[in-house]
Design a protein around this ligand. Structure first.
Ligand SMILES: [Zn+2]
Length: 322
C-alpha cells in the first residue's frame, strides 16, 4: 500500500469493504477474474460494478464485482418480489447503486421497490439508500426498514453525512432488535431476523420456499471478512443459526452466491481463526504478531486477502473477548 492509499483506507474504515475499492487499483487481472466467478443462476444484467443473477422465480441477487474499480456498489444485495410488493435489499455504497437496483426491479417485476431493508450500518451497504427515492414515482418512496441501532450507527459514523440519507432513515420503520418480523408480499412471506456479530446489529432476510437466505455480512464467500466491528463469538453463533439442513442458496454480503459447500468452508475458516487466536492468546503473543504469522490452511481453499492487517484485526477482535 502506498501512504496515500493507507490514509484513504483509514479514512474509509467505516466501510467494511473500503479495502476492496482500494485494492482494485492494484489487483492483478487474474484476481479480478477469479472474483467474478461462474454465476449460479442466469445473469439478467451485467454492469462494471456487478451482475444481477436470478436466484429463483421472483428473487434476484446483485453480486458486486468491486475489483473492476467501479464503486457504484461494493456489497451484494438483491430483489425479492411478490404479488403485492417488492423488497430491495441494501442501500449500497452510492445512491446510483440503489437507483440502478430499483430500475431493475421495475424492469423485472413491473414495480419500483415497495420496501427496502438494510442488513447493517456499514457505508458500503447503507450510504446510497436515498437512491430509492424516485423523483418520478407515482406511488411514493419505499418504506425503509432497519433496526434502531443500525440507523443510529449510520447517522453517527458514516461520512460524509448526507441530508437525503438522513431524511430516508428518519422515516424508517424500526425493526425489533430481538424478534423476527415478517413482510407479507401476498404470495410470499419474507422473515427478517435480528442477529449480530459482524456489527452490533445485523439482520438476515430468509425465505422458506424456495430456500434462500440473504446473509448480509454475516457470511462472506471466498474473501476474508473484515472484523473491524466484529464480536467473533456472536458472529459464530449467527453463522451457525443461518445454516439450513436442506438445499439452500445463501447470498453473502461479499463474494459469489454460496451453496452448502461454500457456506461450510466459510464457517470452517472462522473456526480456524478462532482456534489460532485462542492458542496465540494463551501463549501471550500480541495480536499483531499472531496476525502476521497466521496463514489459512490450504485445505480451506483460496481466500482473497488484500492486506495482512485483516488477520491482525481478526485476532484483535478475539482478544477483546478472551
Ligand atoms: Zn459490513
Amino acid at each position: 500500500m502506498t501512504s496515500i492509499s493507507r490514509r484513504a483506507f483509514v479514512a474509509q474504515s467505516g466501510s467494511c469493504a473500503a479495502h476492496l475499492a482500494l485494492a482494485a487499483a492494484v489487483a492483478p487481472e487474474a484476481l479480478r477474474n477469479a472474483w467474478a466467478r461462474a454465476a449460479l443462476g442466469p445473469v439478467v444484467a451485467t454492469e462494471p460494478f456487478g451482475s444481477l443473477e436470478k436466484v429463483a422465480d421472483g428473487i434476484w441477487a446483485l453480486i458486486s464485482t468491486p475489483l473492476g474499480g467501479d464503486r457504484t456498489t461494493l456489497s451484494n444485495g438483491g430483489i425479492i418480489a411478490g404479488r403485492s410488493g417488492v423488497i430491495a435489499i441494501e442501500g449500497f455504497n452510492q445512491p446510483a447503486g440503489a437507483a440502478w437496483l430499483a430500475g431493475k426491479s421495475r424492469e423485472l417485476t413491473g414495480r419500483w421497490p415497495t420496501h427496502v431493508v438494510l442488513t447493517h450500518y456499514h457505508a458500503d451497504h447503507a450510504n446510497g439508500v436515498a437512491g430509492y427515492v424516485d423523483a418520478n414515482a407515482t406511488t411514493g418512496a419505499p418504506v425503509v426498514r432497519t433496526t434502531d441501532r443500525t440507523r443510529e450507527l449510520v447517522l453517527q459514523k458514516n461520512q460524509p453525512a448526507d441530508a437525503a440519507r438522513a431524511a430516508c432513515l428518519e422515516k424508517a420503520v424500526v425493526l425489533s432488535p430481538t424478534d423476527a418480523s415478517t413482510i407479507d408480499l401476498g404470495n410470499r412471506r419474507v422473515r427478517i431476523i435480528p442477529r449480530g456479530g459482524h456489527t452490533d446489529s445485523d439482520v438476515s432476510l430468509e425465505i422458506e420456499d424456495p430456500s434462500v437466505v440473504f446473509c448480509g455480512d454475516l457470511v462472506w464467500n471466498a474473501m476474508f471478512p473484515n472484523y473491524v466491528d466484529a464480536v467473533p463469538s456472536r458472529l459464530a453463533t449467527s453463522v451457525k443459526a443461518l445454516r439450513r439442513d436442506r438445499r439452500t442458496i445463501y447470498v453473502p454480503g461479499h463474494g459469489a452466491l454460496a451453496r452448502e459447500a461454500e457456506f461450510d468452508r466459510y464457517a470452517a475458516m472462522l473456526g480456524e481463526v478462532e482456534q489460532a487466536a485462542r492458542n496465540a492468546h494463551q501463549q501471550g503473543t500480541s495480536a499483531a504478531d499472531a496476525g502476521a504469522a497466521f496463514a489459512l490452511p490450504a485445505s480451506l481453499g483460496e481466500w482473497t486477502l488484500f492486506n495482512k492487517v485483516f488477520f491482525e484485526r481478526a485476532f484483535a477482535a478475539w482478544y477483546k473477548e478472551l
